[in-house]
Design a protein around this ligand. Structure first.
Ligand code: HEC
Ligand code: HEC
Length: 201
């Protein structure tokens, strides 16, 4: 099945086609052990990819690989650098489109004491610390906004927490916006907002 994929491809003028069957084949052979055949990773060690925006997934696969001349990737992760390096540009688009076409299974918030703080931060930000509302970019229900802002709803809290810590710590350098925002969050605030978005659906 062939589908158009928006964003950068359109900006370049040439409509890019993706091959979902090829994407599914790559997913089942190379990615399913960690991310699930349908993108619903079975445990918090690996992020869910199902239902994520394809442009965002594609961008991550590009960002895991150091660009020519660069000492390190914009998003540093040894495992994913290995897998992303084996994929051609077309196959990055194909597997991104396949996982995007799957349905994400919900997670739930676990920490009742923190979830209220998480909701406040998600909806209203932290005005005193110049933290903007997460909903402003990631949407009130965490669905994100194609093509730029990823879906957060239903992701493992542990993974969301780890990404905010990596943005803050500089291991993940592929978003100046998220670097600036996470720098203003305490460990407790990160835990709270990560737990809250796990329960969004
Ligand atoms: C051995 C386990 C493993 C395999 C196999 C694997 N991944 Fe990953 N993947 C991970 C982990 C762990 C992360 C989180 C990395 C981090 O902390 O930044 C990740 C992150 C990602 C992300 C970023 C998700 C996000 O929300 O930003 C994408 C996209 C991705 N993987 C795609 C793939 C694709 C496509 C394949 C197959 C070609 C694959 N992965 C194979 C473990 C794996
Ligand atoms: C100004 C817009 C903006 C705001 C506000 C914002 N984000 Fe983001 N966020 C982004 C963008 C853009 C990305 C994608 C970065 C990339 O391309 O890798 C992102 C990515 C993320 C990711 C990584 C998702 C994944 O699958 O790895 C997490 C987690 C996240 N944001 C959490 C938050 C939280 C929590 C807040 C509120 C405290 C927030 N964001 C506020 C723009 C924003």
């Amino acid at each position: 099945m062939l589908l158009g994929i928006g964003g950068t491809a359109q900006a370049q003028g040439a409509p890019k086609k993706v091959d979902l069957a090829k994407g599914q084949q790559i997913a089942s052979q190379a990615c399913a052990a960690c991310h699930g055949a349908d993108g619903n990773a079975t445990g918090p060690a690996n992020p869910k990819l199902a239902g994520q925006h394809p442009e965002y997934l594609y961008k991550q696969l590009v960002n895991f690989v150091p660009q020519p001349g660069a000492k390190q990737a914009e998003r540093v992760n040894a495992i994913m650098m290995g897998f992303a390096s084996t994929l051609s540009d077309d196959d990055k688009r194909n597997v991104a489109a396949y996982y995007a076409s799957q349905v994400k299974k919900p997670s739930s918030a676990k920490d009742k004491a923190l979830v209220e703080l998480g909701q406040q931060i998600y909806r209203g930000g932290i005005p005193g610390k110049q933290v903007p509302s997460c909903a402003g970019c990631h949407g009130p229900a965490g669905a994100g906004m194609p093509a730029q802002y990823p879906r957060l709803a239903g992701q493992w809290a542990e993974y969301t927490e780890s990404q905010l810590v990596q943005f803050r710590g500089g291991q993940r350098m592929n978003s100046a916006q998220m670097t600036a925002i996470s720098a203003r969050l305490s460990d407790r605030e990160i835990k709270a907002v990560a737990d809250y978005v796990a329960g969004l659906r």
